[in-house]
Design a protein around this ligand. Structure first.
Ligand code: SER
Length: 337
């Protein structure tokens, strides 16, 4: 059987590790990985080749590779990107641009489709006030597109760049648009929570940090207010959404960028769930004004009706199932107790 060559950038990150494991379990892929970090043991033997280093320097070696699919996960997340905004722009935008150019060049030259899967984020939204957030309801993809973070601006722009490269790149005259073989597809993720890994540098990190700390019996000071609400998703659902979108027939897709949603909880609801499972947990609230401001600009809920309709998306884990069937059983196994 010929293996499909798949590139996963940001492979050492949370989504990367879970995705590489799932692609390997599915079979049929030769997985090439890239990350500025070495691969963690969990996926080391699953990667046929790992390019470690700055993607902008490593990318040239990939021009000879016959990728059928690229998952471009490498990014500097929202809190970290505020501390080093220009460095984040370089990673998030220039890295994506270089990889899009590579995919466009190769797919046009060999007239062979390349799918380009890009995780975007609820950070692409920006609500101007808490009042607007409370009144916004389930936010649709085209609404509130005024991100207030470098990361959010980067994600929104890269969604547009990817759409441009897959639909309009190379147009010289209106009657002469060439066929396009680069097939860019993107999901806007809510905050993601894994039972196996912890995020770093994000602003939705208070959710997973609180739960992991409670399970380990460590005290946790939550950096946002108790009433803070955004949507979250279990990592297996995040991977499911990427692979469902990858597999969807192109003719079914009415857009390049889709919301996906699972469940929405306040930080206080997280605390209560954690206390119920781990009654000795010590969780306090010590809001950090900068990080609070970021989460206050993100929607409390997003509307994923288009993903449901076009590629049959639905999350397996609502809040109940997330805790009872995924997070708590796994985390108890991991930390004991
Ligand atoms: N989890 C990301 C962050 O907090 C949002 O996509 O930056």
């Amino acid at each position: 059987m010929t293996l499909k060559k798949a590139l996963v950038t940001g492979a050492s990150g949370e989504i990367g590790q879970a995705l590489v494991q799932e692609l390997a379990a599915r079979g049929g892929y030769e997985i090439i990985t890239a990350d500025y970090m070495p691969l963690p043991d969990s996926i080391k033997r699953l990667s046929a080749e790992h390019a470690q280093g700055d993607l902008l320097y490593e990318i040239k070696k990939f021009y000879d590779y016959d990728f059928e699919i690229i998952f471009h996960l490498a990014a500097s997340l929202s809190s970290k990107a505020e501390v080093a905004a220009e460095a984040a722009h370089r990673i998030n935008v220039e890295g994506t641009m270089q990889l899009l150019m590579l995919a466009a060049y190769r797919s046009e030259k060999y007239k062979k489709p390349i799918k380009f899967l890009f995780p975007s984020s609820i950070a692409a939204y920006g609500l101007p006030s808490l009042e607007a957030k409370q009144n916004a309801g389930f936010v649709k993809e085209e609404e509130w597109s005024d991100p207030q973070t470098m990361y959010g601006c980067n994600k929104l722009y890269c969604e547009k760049l990817g759409t441009y490269y897959s639909r309009f790149y190379g147009q010289k005259h209106l009657d002469e648009t060439p066929p396009h073989f680069l097939d860019f597809r993107s999901v806007r993720f809510p905050g993601l929570i894994s039972a196996f890994t912890l995020p770093s540098g994000g602003t939705s990190d208070y959710g997973p940090e609180m739960l992991h700390a409670a399970a380990q019996g460590r005290a946790y000071a939550c950096f946002v207010r108790a009433d803070t609400k955004i949507s979250f998703m279990a990592m297996p659902d995040a991977i499911k959404s990427l692979l469902l979108l990858m597999d969807a027939p192109r003719e079914n897709l009415t857009r390049s960028v889709y919301n996906v949603n699972a469940f929405s909880l306040t930080a206080e609801e997280f605390r209560q769930r954690a206390m119920r499972a781990f009654p000795k947990a010590q969780i306090t609230f010590e809001p950090n004004p900068h990080r609070q401001g970021i989460v206050d600009s993100w929607p409390a809920d997003v509307d994923d009706a288009r993903a449901r309709k076009d590629w049959n998306w639905s999350a397996d884990y609502d809040a109940e199932r997330f805790f009872d069937d995924y997070f708590l059983p796994q985390i108890k196994k991991r930390y004991g107790g």
